[in-house]
Design a protein around this ligand. Structure first.
Ligand code: LMR
Ligand code: MN
Length: 394
């Protein structure tokens, strides 16, 4: 009797959850999505009384919907229940690692992936995930190469992901193994992760024209860039005086420096003004604010960038091909260079250079005095008005 009662409830609850889920998708309703997740959770709480196949299917969909809603932390209980119920299935362990990574619980991610590798030392996805953690949070480049390489070469489900190719190539490059890095990048292009071996941004609108260096005319924003050039002396004066206040400029935070000292002072970020900083740089902010392809560029920044002598920035790619990056030279000592893809240039005081920073670029300061530039990101001119409004910020 009890069993039948449970059986009926299970079926009914499953029907309800599926119906809510489908309707939520059809109507794009957040309220129904919340209810469907709740219904899946209720169903899973029946535990032993659900056939195994159904349990897996429901748990998988429930985690998927939680991820979609950005409620990754809530999925952890389900991951753990799956691991307990199906202790011989390595996929459930790997999925838990992925959720930990998404919510930035690196200690738990590392612990879980090491646990997984103890039991499944040859699992390709576990190796790849461990390599990814070694590279992105432990800065253990040498060891990361071993794990990322072996993991990716397994070609097991889940390992063919642009981010893994991106970091394996970067790690190889930092170890001076550039021809191996290029091979990884070329495979990444063949697999469809990168636009080209040099253009390795992962958040792209595919049809956009991609070229390393742009002229002012090509951007269609010549008038704005001319205005910046005409007023460069005042921008420089403001930037230089900010340098005198200790602590305003912040260290570059993406682990891109090989050696040296490189700091930035942000005025606009992800399409929004940074009011506290704009108060300190009113002239420059008012000059750029009215020009919305720059100030409203939700995939870019506007910032002063200071680089001190004896600095080298590793070759790297920006995250997206949706912006172009202009540099206005403010204080440019000799022996400072920037390479984008295969051509290297330098800055000139009072002049703008423009490049697409989704292409690989590398910077050297071999001179003896401070270098100061203003960086202004602008929307790629071929984006539609709708795209500029709806593309998620980066
Ligand atoms: C970059 O955009 O990565 C660098 O070129 C910035 C800088 O200050 O040179
Ligand atoms: Mn860069």
């Amino acid at each position: 009797m009890e069993v039948r009662k449970n059986g009926t409830s299970t079926k009914a609850l499953y029907g309800l959850a599926i119906a809510l889920d489908r309707l939520a998708e059809k109507l794009r309703s957040n309220k129904l999505l919340v209810e469907s997740i709740q219904a899946y959770e209720n169903l899973l709480s029946y535990g032993k009384n659900i056939p195994e196949m159904l349990y897996k299917k429901v748990a998988d969909r429930c985690i998927n919907r939680m991820r979609f809603k950005g409620e990754n932390a809530r999925a952890i209980t389900i991951h753990k229940a799956l691991i307990e119920k199906f202790p011989t299935d390595v996929n459930f362990r790997n999925n838990l690692t992925i959720t930990y990574l998404i919510i930035d619980k690196l200690v738990s991610a590392r612990r879980n992936v090491l646990d997984t590798l103890k039991k499944w030392p040859n699992n390709g996805l576990a190796k790849t995930l461990y390599g990814f953690i070694l590279k992105t949070s432990d800065n253990n480049i040498e060891k990361s190469v071993k794990y990322l390489k072996e993991g990716i070469e397994s070609r097991e489900p889940g390992v063919l992901d642009g981010r893994f190719f991106f970091h394996l190539g970067d790690a190889l490059l930092r170890l001076g193994r550039s021809s191996e890095a290029m091979e990884v990048y070329e495979t990444g292009v063949k697999e469809g992760f990168f636009l080209s071996k040099y253009q390795r941004s992962l958040y792209n609108v595919d049809r956009l024209t991609g070229r390393p260096w742009w002229t002012k005319e090509q951007t269609t924003y010549k008038k704005f860039f001319d205005l910046l050039e005409e007023n460069w002396m005042n921008i420089r004066k403001e930037g230089l005086s900010l340098l005198n206040s200790k602590g305003l400029f912040k260290d570059e935070a993406e682990n891109l420096i090989d050696v040296g000292d490189w700091k930035q002072f942000e005025l606009f970020s992800r399409g929004r003004k940074v009011p506290k900083n704009c108060k300190q740089a009113p002239y420059t902010c008012s000059l750029v604010e009215f020009f919305t392809p720059a100030s409203h560029c939700r995939r870019g920044q506007i910032k002063f960038s200071v680089m001190h002598p004896d600095t080298h920035v590793w070759p790297h790619c920006g995250p997206t091909n949706c912006r172009l990056r202009a540099h206005l030279g403010l204080k440019i000592p000799p022996k400072t260079f920037i390479r984008v893809a295969e051509s290297t240039r330098t800055w000139t005081e009072g002049k703008i250079i423009i490049f697409d920073d989704s292409f690989e670029h590398e910077v050297w300061h071999n001179g003896t005095e401070t270098r100061l530039i203003l960086i202004v990101d602008v929307w790629h001119p071929e984006l539609t008005a709708n795209e500029k409004q709806t593309l998620p910020a980066i």
